[in-house]
Write a protein that binds this ligand. Structure first.
Ligand code: GAL
Length: 375
C-alpha cells in the first residue's frame, strides 16, 4: 500500500512538474513590459526570443511589430524594421510602422462603396480617398493581448473587437492576429476575422524593412524579386484603374531580381504617378516564396510567403526625415520598403478584382510569413 502511495505520489509530482515546465517554456520565450496606456487601456511591449536567441518585439498598440533583430552574414545582429522608442512615438506617428492595418488596408476610392445595395461612406483621410481603414482604423487601437502558452515557439495573439459601423464599416467584427516567431527566424502572422453582418475585409501588416539595419541609408541598393506577372496601374490619386498590366518589358518586372534603384527613376507613367513604387502586384501564387529582398552588402534576406492575391511594394516615397525611431534613428526618404500582402486596393468598387466580402457564415482566414535569413 505504502509503495502504491509512493508510486502515485511520484506520478503526481512528475505530472505537476511536467505541466509547470511546459507552461513556463512559453512564458520564458516571451517577456512583457509596460509600454504605457492609451484610451484607458494598458499597452505592453512583448519580447519574443527564439531558440537561436534572435528577438522580435511587438506591441498591442496597433498589433504592431516594433523590432526584428536578426544577424547578417557575419553574425552581427541589427534591428531591420521601423519602430518608435515609446508609445508617444506611436501615438504621434502617421506612417503605420509595423502595424496591422484594417478594416480595409490600402485605398477605397472617394471613401465610398456599395454592398447589398447600401452605400457606405468612410472618412477621407487621404484626399480624395479613404486609406488604411480610416484615421481611427485598427492601426490606432489598443488590441487585447495574450501570450500563448504551451506553444513550440514564442507566440502572441492580439484581438480587436470592432463595433458595428466604427469608421463606417458594417458589422461587429472580431479581428485576431497571432504572431509566431519560429526557430528558423520565420515571423508567421495568422489572421482570423469574423463578422455578424456582411462587410468588406482587407488586412495587412505595414512593416518597413531596411536590411542594412533600420535608419542606415536607403533601400535603393536592395535587390527585390516579386513573383507577379501583372500589376494594377493607378490613377493620379493612387486608385487602380482596373487594368491588370503585364509586367513584361516594364520597370515593374521583378520576376528576376532587380535593385530597387535600377529603374525607379525611369520616365515610366506609373513610376511618376506613384512617386516611385507604390503599387499592388498581382501575385502568381505558384511557388512557395512570393517575394524576396536581398541586401548584397550584409547578406540579409527577407522572404515573403502569403496566401493573399496581391502585395503592395511601397518604397518609402513619403518618408521625409521627420520621423525618429528606436535608437534615435531618423527615417529618411526611401530608407525603408514595405511588402504589404493584401487584396487589391479599391476592390469593393472593382467587380473584376477578387472578392473582399466578409460574411457571417465564413471567417476570413489568412497567413503571411516574413522569413529572415542570410546568403
Ligand atoms: C502605403 C501606401 C502609401 C502611403 C503609405 C503610408 O501602404 O501605399 O501610398 O500612404 O502606406 O505613408
Amino acid at each position: 500500500m505504502r509503495k502504491l502511495n509512493l508510486f502515485l505520489g511520484s506520478v503526481l509530482v512528475l505530472f505537476m512538474f511536467g505541466i509547470s515546465s511546459c507552461g513556463n517554456k512559453a512564458k520564458e520565450m516571451v517577456t512583457t513590459e509596460n509600454f504605457g496606456s492609451f484610451d484607458g487601456k494598458e499597452v505592453s511591449l512583448f519580447t519574443l526570443t527564439n531558440a537561436k536567441g534572435d528577438v522580435v518585439k511587438l506591441t498591442n498598440y496597433g498589433a504592431a511589430i516594433v523590432e526584428v533583430n536578426v544577424p547578417d552574414r557575419n553574425g552581427d545582429k541589427a534591428n531591420i524594421t521601423f519602430g518608435y522608442e515609446t508609445l508617444d512615438g506611436y501615438l504621434a506617428g502617421d506612417a503605420y510602422f509595423g502595424k496591422v492595418v484594417g478594416q480595409y488596408a490600402n485605398r477605397i476610392a472617394k471613401g465610398k462603396f456599395t454592398l447589398d445595395e447600401v452605400e457606405y461612406t468612410l472618412a477621407l483621410n487621404n484626399f480624395p480617398n479613404s486609406l488604411h481603414g480610416g484615421p481611427a482604423g485598427w492601426h490606432s487601437r489598443v488590441w487585447t493581448a495574450e501570450v500563448l502558452k504551451g506553444t513550440d515557439f514564442p507566440a502572441v495573439k492580439f484581438t480587436y473587437n470592432k463595433p458595428d459601423m466604427e469608421e463606417g464599416y458594417p458589422g461587429n467584427v472580431v479581428a485576431e492576429v497571432v504572431y509566431n516567431w519560429t526557430d528558423d527566424n520565420e515571423l508567421i502572422m495568422d489572421y482570423k476575422v469574423t463578422t455578424d453582418r456582411r462587410s468588406v475585409i482587407n488586412i495587412t501588416n505595414h512593416a518597413y524593412f531596411n536590411l542594412h539595419g533600420s535608419g542606415n541609408g536607403d533601400i535603393l541598393d536592395h535587390e527585390v524579386l516579386i513573383r507577379a506577372s501583372a500589376f494594377t496601374p493607378v490613377d493620379p490619386t493612387l486608385i487602380p484603374t482596373g487594368e491588370l498590366r503585364p509586367v513584361e518589358g516594364t520597370p515593374f518586372d521583378f520576376r528576376t531580381p532587380h535593385l530597387i534603384g535600377e529603374r525607379i527613376g525611369e520616365e515610366y507613367d506609373q513610376l511618376i504617378l506613384g512617386r516611385g513604387y507604390d503599387h499592388n502586384f498581382v501575385l502568381d501564387n505558384v511557388e512557395e516564396v512570393d517575394a524576396e529582398v536581398y541586401d548584397p552588402s550584409t547578406g540579409r534576406v527577407l522572404q515573403v510567403i502569403t496566401d493573399q492575391p496581391g502585395v503592395q511594394l511601397y518604397t518609402g516615397n513619403f518618408l521625409d526625415g521627420t520621423q525618429t525611431g528606436r535608437g534615435g534613428k531618423v527615417y529618411q526618404y526611401r530608407s525603408g520598403l514595405c511588402l504589404e500582402t493584401q487584396h487589391f486596393p479599391d476592390s469593393p468598387n472593382q467587380a473584376s478584382f477578387p472578392s473582399v466580402i466578409l460574411t457571417p457564415e465564413e471567417p476570413f482566414l489568412s497567413s503571411t510569413t516574413y522569413k529572415f535569413g542570410v546568403r
